[in-house]
Design a protein around this ligand. Structure first.
Ligand code: HPA
Length: 290
């Protein structure tokens, strides 16, 4: 049915994942239950964990390397708040020139390692005028304006469905938990829709006006492809944006990458506290017998 190059590409992905997984399992005995991706400015969150092993992406066969500022490019396996975790300290972005398959390879690898839940973090610009720089936004849903999808091409039915349902992409029961824990921890948690653009330029005033009009509360250059691959891999998903700048078209101020990173840095301890309290409950929700 498939032309030959597509069939080879599909078989390759499965084999590549098996090779990457074997390389990790040779170095680390822990089986992670939750996978975490640390985005821009959030790299230091990894210091909170009890790390059993750290593997640079360069030492994982087939894993693409991050070139983005602040993204360290290593996989940690260990535990956080008593939960076995795999932490991607740094991600690769579409704007770096990687394919969507490469952008989502780390997520597929963590799925192959056996995680049940994926927790994603990123830095994003606020579009909702009620939101402020430094706020944390729980992502409730997304709009993919990247013009591409990690699922384009032949589908490997052993990895996921051809047409995965996206009606509960950001698992509702996990968002409920996140709201509860944020309340307990007295952390203001916004909630809204993330629109993903390919970047790497930030947007014009007219683009911000358009993105707000179509229903987005925040805009970023990552996360959405990873969520699509995670849903395809049948993972539960929880995702947070740190709002690093205010993208209000009628009051727009210039912003630099350094300012975005600094704003994410300042808000990171809040997200770290939220995750530390949340992870054991996320784990218990997936495994009620634990
Ligand atoms: N657009 C605008 N501002 C941002 C972005 C973006 O993609 N990411 C972080 N701040």
């Amino acid at each position: 049915m498939f032309n030959e190059p597509s069939l080879i590409a599909m078989l390759n992905l499965r084999e590549m994942l098996a090779e990457s997984r074997a390389a990790i399992e040779r170095r680390c005995a822990t089986a992670p239950r939750i996978g975490i991706v640390l985005g821009t400015g959030l790299q230091r969150i990894a210091d909170r964990c009890t790390i059993e092993c750290t593997i640079p992406y360069a030492e994982i066969p087939h894993m693409p390397r991050s070139t983005a500022p602040t993204h360290r490019g290593q996989l940690h396996i260990g535990s956080w708040s008593g939960v076995p975790v795999a932490i991607m300290q740094g991600r690769v972005h579409y704007y770096e020139g990687y394919t969507m398959q490469q952008v989502t390879y780390g997520v597929r690898l963590m799925a192959a390692l056996g995680i049940h839940t994926l927790v994603l973090t990123n830095a994003a610009g606020a579009l909702n005028p009620l939101f402020r720089r430094g706020d944390i936004m729980l992502i409730a849903d997304h709009i993919n304006l990247m013009g591409d999808s990690p699922l384009i091409g032949p589908n490997d039915d052993t990895l996921g469905d051809r047409f995965p349902d996206m009606s509960d992409a950001y698992t509702a029961s996990l968002r409920e938990l996140a709201r509860e824990v944020a309340l307990d921890e007295r952390i203001l948690l916004r909630e809204g829709v993330l629109v993903a653009v390919h970047g790497p330029n930030l947007e014009t005033r007219a683009e911000y006006r358009f993105l707000r009009t179509i229903g987005a509360d925040a805009v970023g250059m990552s996360t959405v492809p990873e969520v699509i691959a995670a849903v395809h891999s049948r993972l539960r998903v929880l995702a947070f944006s740190i709002l690093t700048d205010e993208c209000f078209p009628d009051a727009l101020q210039p912003v630099s990458a350094e300012e975005i990173i600094a704003a994410a840095d300042r808000a990171a301890p809040k997200l770290e506290r939220l995750l530390a309290a949340l992870l054991p409950r996320v784990d218990r929700q997936a495994n009620p017998t634990l």
